[in-house]
Design a protein around this ligand. Sequence first.
Ligand SMILES: [Zn+2]
Length: 354
Amino acid sequence: MRSFSILVLAFLTTFFSAPNQAAEPSVSILMYHHVSDSTPRVTSVTAEELREHLQYLKDNDFTVIDIRDAIAGVRGEKELPEKAVVLTFDDAYQNIFTNGRPVLQEFDVPWTLFVATDPVGNTPGRYMSWDQIRQLHEEGVVIANHSTDHAHMPRRAQGESDEDWRQRMAENILKAEQRILDEVGVSYRLFAFPYGEYDNQLANLVEELDFIGFGQHSGGFGATSDFRAIPRFAAAGIYANLNTLGTKMGALAFRLKDVTYRDTLLRHDETKPALEIELDTSDFHNNQLNCFIRGQAHTPEWIADNRFRIQAESPVSIGRSRYNCTAPSIAKRGRFYWYSIQWIRPDAQGSWPD
Ligand SMILES: [Zn+2]
């Protein structure tokens, strides 16, 4: 009986498909750092901009949900609102507490603070104290892990073996988690990579340590996302603009079947990384899939009905860069599927800029 129903469903899906095909439950996770008008613009919103974002979410029927509910929701363990957004703040800057917290309280929304533990309490005026972080926890904020020292984690030390590096990284992540447990009394095993930087080995390590990882690349978060590096949309600086941020808030997660690339950490001379993606294409038109490399439109090469390939035509720059791909949903008018991957290309010495 069960397999019969599945057959009937498969038949319906195949022949009456696209326009009625519901998209997979998706969440957009927004990433903030400073809430201030006197910090570097690229990682800052003003309190007024944050208020505008929250007002926009409210006016446009978005529901701001707890990061743990988002994870349970995309896993199918919990009902997700139709338009769900998660708010995250990185680095425990004092201005998040002073300027951001009152606005977040005004709108009564849940949020997450990713804490790099070493500077907390050591740099008064710049970073929060543990007392303040405990207070946030008591107010319902999810206190999560952003390493001890905010290092460029995929970067190996001079002469360091992969095994030694791996050990050092595991210690870093577990030490930060322990510090949060000691100071705040919680351990959610949610880890945001400093600078959103990870490579295959680090992503695997996060999974082996039983953490969920968060990056700094764009994209809808859904059941087929990489839980070792969940996407988050930057919402600061030029990205604070609601004309573009509004679309990102409603982003959908592609139903991915296979994502193939060598490694997100490139070799210095590996200048044009190739990416192949196999995915469910029933809710968008293949010719409406657009990719962007360094902000330039890039036509993907369809190598099968449901598999495409993209590769930069000119060398990607030293440091972090991203491939982004989007496609408008057929079923959910005005909403876009969005996938992104972040590459790190080292210079000849194996380093790269902040
Ligand atoms: Zn950070």
